[in-house]
Write a new protein. Structure first.
Length: 77
């Protein structure tokens, strides 16, 4: 299937999206800085990169993974 990155995937909403994508047989990479999310929320079967989405290195991470789609759920209130 597709290679999908979920920003904020260690949070409540993001982790549920990751679960759904994995159940549909997608390859999923979670990028999260864990400022509000938790590693415990990460479903088994996904890859994880602890990085802030504002980092200049994020592009390298996305390119290395071969990102085909990005689901953005990282946010602060």
């Amino acid at each position: 299937m597709s290679k999908i990155v979920v920003s904020g995937g260690a949070g409540f909403i993001g982790s549920h999206i990751v679960e759904d994508l994995l159940s549909r047989k997608h390859e999923v990479l979670v990028v999260d800085n864990l400022s509000t999310g938790s590693r415990q929320n990460l479903p088994s079967g996904c890859s994880f990169e602890e990085i802030d989405i504002r980092s200049k290195d994020l592009g390298v991470v996305l390119e290395k993974f071969g990102c085909e789609l990005l689901v953005h759920t990282a946010a602060q209130i």
